[in-house]
Design a binder for this molecule. Structure first.
Ligand code: SF4
Length: 291
């Protein structure tokens, strides 16, 4: 049986970078606090926790003083930096440079909308860490939309400046932008609409690649944490191309009966899936089919 690991799957540049930062601190200091889950992958979290990574929530963070805290790739709202200043917390800023640039863009866009009585709209999930960081750039005023049904929150008689969370689906963003344009043209007297292309290239390029990869194999094992939004999105893409695709979070979930009449297995994952985990999955597939 042929087993192939997708070479384009696995950590994106931002996640790889922040994990390397955490590992460097852990090597020197044996312990580091991280604000929120550093990566949406339980297995990788367990590995880092065994090295000394301690995940803290916002309530804990607010009450901490005189310590060092790592900020993950998703970025943070200004409030997090203000607390650090007040409580003498040394921040190690692991914000992905792409997210950092996007935060600055959103801030500039917000300043512009204030002058023209417009609205900043973010296509993303309200509670997603990156979106919280982005909304924070707008004094909490941005309107967050996760699908077409939520568009009624927008006042189409006012100008709109639109951004997307970096990990959203390109086609869905295209559809949403089109619908906003239609509504502005029909009900908003053609007010200004600025559409910013802010989906991360690292994510956008994975979708067409994973489509092709999924088509090539009899069975696709998509490896990801269950709480990864990028994982959910890419798995959907696999499923569309190859109905014989399975979502797994660990090699222990694999069952031998999945391989009946299977000649080729493709293993792929999200931007938060560690490469070592995909290799473990490949080993498990191999061992099950040798028996
Ligand atoms: S998906 Fe893109 S923007 Fe988000 S952390 Fe990874 S590299 Fe950065």
């Amino acid at each position: 049986m042929k087993i192939e690991i997708d070479q384009q799957s696995g950590f994106c540049f931002g996640v790889e970078k922040v994990i390397k930062t955490a590992e460097d601190i852990l090597k020197k200091e044996g312990k580091v606090y991280c604000l929120g889950e550093i990566v949406h992958n339980q297995r990788e979290m367990e590995r880092l926790m065994s090295l000394g990574l301690i995940t803290i929530d916002y309530e804990t963070y607010r009450n901490m003083k005189n310590c060092k805290v790592l900020i993950r790739a998703h970025g943070e709202p200004p409030e997090t930096y203000e607390i650090a200043e007040k409580n003498n917390i040394q921040l190690v800023d692991g914000t992905c440079p792409i997210v950092d640039r996007l935060q600055k863009k959103v801030r500039t866009g917000y300043e512009k909308t204030k002058k023209i009585d417009g609205q900043v709209v973010i296509f993303g999930k309200e509670k997603h860490a990156e979106v919280i960081g982005l909304k924070g750039q707008t004094e909490g005023k941005a309107i967050v939309i996760s699908n077409l049904q939520e568009l009624d929150q927008i006042d189409f008689s006012k100008p709109v400046v639109l951004y997307s969370q970096t990990t959203r689906n390109m086609n869905e963003y295209g559809e949403l932008s089109k619908e906003i344009r239609n509504r502005i043209n029909t009900t908003g007297n053609g007010k200004e609409l600025i559409i910013n292309k802010t989906i991360c290239e690292q994510v956008a390029s994975r979708e067409p690649n994973i489509r092709e990869f999924a088509r090539k194999h009899d069975l696709v094992l998509f490896v990801s944490g269950k709480n990864s939004s990028n994982g959910k999105m890419l798995y959907q893409v696999c499923k569309e191309e190859n109905p014989n695709s399975r979502f797994i979070s660990a090699e222990s979930e694999i069952t031998k009966r999945w391989f009946y009449k299977t000649k080729s297995v493709g293993i792929c994952g999200a931007t938060s899936t560690p490469e070592w985990l995909m290799r473990n999955v490949a080993e498990k597939v191999k061992s099950l089919n040798e028996k």
